[in-house]
Design a protein around this ligand. Sequence first.
Ligand code: ZN
Length: 74
Amino acid sequence: MRCPICDDFERALEDRTSEYRKACSNTVYCRISSRFVAYRNVEMERARSELEMHRSVCASAVTEDHGRTALSSI
Ligand SMILES: [Zn+2]
């Protein structure tokens, strides 16, 4: 079963990532406003850590990760 909160955070991270890539690929932004690109990077990292933080407490993520965790401990 999918967790709607995970979906929300994943969507937010995808948005932030594409915004960051767009800012990076725009040479005008990169040249005149590296601060803007850095801001996009911070927003992307924040979305990523929010998703990771939620996943560490999310029941559905724990269930999905269980198989992987068991395999990696062998
Ligand atoms: Zn979740």
